[in-house]
Design a protein around this ligand. Structure first.
Ligand code: F6P
Length: 503
């Protein structure tokens, strides 16, 4: 764990390196080539992280002393690592056999049964006259499947899949406007089946369809699903050992499976399983997830950088930053440790990003010449799934150019044309955006998040922070509906309410 002494040592390393420009560190051809790793379809080059062998050694020593390998193994084996909720964390059992404990084995067999059931329901739907699927869910019950769909969609898909997440009914209105209720089925996804947004949107969809006979549900709460009017034979399971933001591999991904097909979904799981096996069997210095986490920790704690940004040079990964925002910020956005103690170090940087080259024409100005340097992760895909070679070459030239320009900068007599450089970055390259590569990439981020949580001494698997806002909203709803002001006890809210209700 990151103790104050360890933190101090890392900060001393960062201070020492302050006088060594990044471009100077990276000028070494051996480093440019060797500071890299390849795991299945993923290649990671970390030569542009602003550290040297000594600092890297310090980070690896932190990982050793923190027993990262044992922590991961405890998680994979099904020990109760989500202590505040008393739960195991077994999303790995949805795709691989890396867990050896009895509960990991039991989870694996439940997952295999659920996958068989998903396929049966998919076959039934394929034989029906349904052309469109409306997926209703929010947070982890939305972002993963939405990303999969957007990244891997194919023109010959059997179904068109649409998503409704926001309680703002403009989203539902727009989605449903182009659809025919007679040829549409709904998939309501909520682990708790208690999320207000999903229940309201589910009811809206049920009304629009005319009844509940074409509704399916994915949930861990069968009673609530039954109360909603969906019979057990149209329900796919969820379990308390899968957290929402880690759940796209489960039946939460049912809509994605319908859109992409079973083969692609299997390849996605296989890619994640490949990363699971790598992570569980590889020493820290060659472990992609451990190194990924250590660089994030280095930039956050030793160098004091308060954000991390992912720029994917592939339009199909447009949804990736939103997905990663939940994964990283809901998991790591805590300032209290697993045992309830206040943490003395900084945690979750703000995770954000976008796709290149578009974002170069929006926020890159600030990355090049703003008052702070922010760490970046670039993602590139070597082979596109289109035939426009010139455009792809331009895209990849931009990918390489931005990483280089941001790292090296450029001096000038004219201060307006001076580029300080010094932006640390990693480069993740995929040969092609296949389901397997995407599975490996997402599993990498999951394991990196888990390792970071362990190093920071916090529980990466709960999310108590989101509860207070939900409670206050429930208390305020009667006032918004004009029924009762009993729940309003804050002066500013009360004044704003008056304004809202005037209209
Ligand atoms: O509000 C946060 C959260 O609990 C997320 O962790 C979760 O992914 C999302 O809400 C949706 O929850 P559910 O699947 O239970 O509807």
């Amino acid at each position: 764990m990151l103790s104050p002494e360890r933190l101090q040592r890392l900060q001393q390393q960062a201070d020492r390196l302050r006088t060594r420009p990044l471009r100077e560190l990276c000028a070494d051809a051996a480093r440019a080539r060797d500071w890299s790793l390849e795991v299945g379809p993923l290649y990671l080059n970390y030569a542009r992280q602003h550290l040297d062998e000594v600092a890297l050694g310090e980070l690896l020593s932190l990982a050793e002393a923190s027993d990262v390998g044992t922590a991961l193994k405890r998680q994979f084996d099904g020990e109760i690592v989500n202590v505040s909720e008393g739960r195991a964390v077994l999303h790995t059992a949805l795709r691989s056999d890396v867990g050896e404990g009895a509960s990991a084995r039991a989870a694996r067999s439940q997952a295999i049964d659920a996958q068989a059931r998903m396929r049966e329901l998919a076959t039934d739907l394929a034989a029906s006259d349904i052309s469109d699927i409306v997926h209703v869910g929010i947070g982890g019950s939305d972002l993963g499947p939405r990303l999969l769909m957007d990244a891997l969609q194919r023109p010959d898909a059997r179904f068109r899949v649409h998503f409704i997440a926001n309680v703002d009914a403009h989203e539902a209105q727009r989605v449903l406007a182009g659809l025919d209720p007679a040829h549409t089925a709904g998939v309501l996804v909520s682990k708790s089946f208690g999320t207000r947004e999903t229940l309201l949107n589910g009811a809206l969809l049920r009304d629009w369809l005319g009844d509940a006979s074409r509704l399916y549900a994915v949930s861990a709460n069968l009673d609530r699903v039954a109360d909603f009017g969906i019979p057990a034979d149209r329900v796919l399971p969820m379990w308390d050992w899968v957290g929402g933001r880690f759940s796209l591999w489960s039946a939460v991904g049912f809509s994605a499976l319908l859109a992409l097909g079973e083969e692609a979904f299997d390849q996605l799981l296989a890619g994640a399983a490949l990363m699971d096996r790598h992570v569980v069997s590889t020493e820290n210095s060659a472990n992609m997830a451990v190194l990924h986490a250590l660089f994030a920790l280095w930039n956050r704690n030793a160098r004091g950088m308060a954000s991390e940004s992912v720029i994917a040079y592939d339009q199909r990964l447009l949804q990736l930053p939103a997905y990663l925002q939940q994964l990283r910020m809901e998991s790591l956005g805590k300032s209290v440790g697993s045992a309830g103690q206040s943490l003395l170090h900084a945690t979750a940087p703000a995770t954000w990003g976008g796709v290149g080259s578009s974002t170069q024409h929006s926020f890159f100005q600030a990355l090049h010449q703003g008052s702070e340097r922010l760490p970046l992760e670039f993602i590139g895909v070597r082979r596109p799934d289109h035939s426009h070679r010139t455009q792809h070459a331009t895209l990849l030239a931009n990918l390489l150019a931005q990483a280089e320009a941001l790292a090296n900068g450029q001096d000038s007599d004219d201060p307006q044309r001076r580029y300080p450089g010094g932006t640390p970055s990693s480069m993740l390259l995929l040969d092609q955006l296949t389901p397997e590569a995407l599975g490996a990439l997402l599993a990498l981020y999951e394991h990196s998040t888990s390792v970071l949580g362990h190093l920071w001494g916090l529980n990466a698997f709960d999310q108590w922070g989101v509860e207070l806002g939900k409670k206050v909203a429930t208390r305020l709803e009667p006032a918004l509906r004009g029924e009762s002001m009993a729940g309003v006890d804050d002066a500013v809210t009360s004044s704003l309410l008056e304004r809202i209700r005037c209209d």
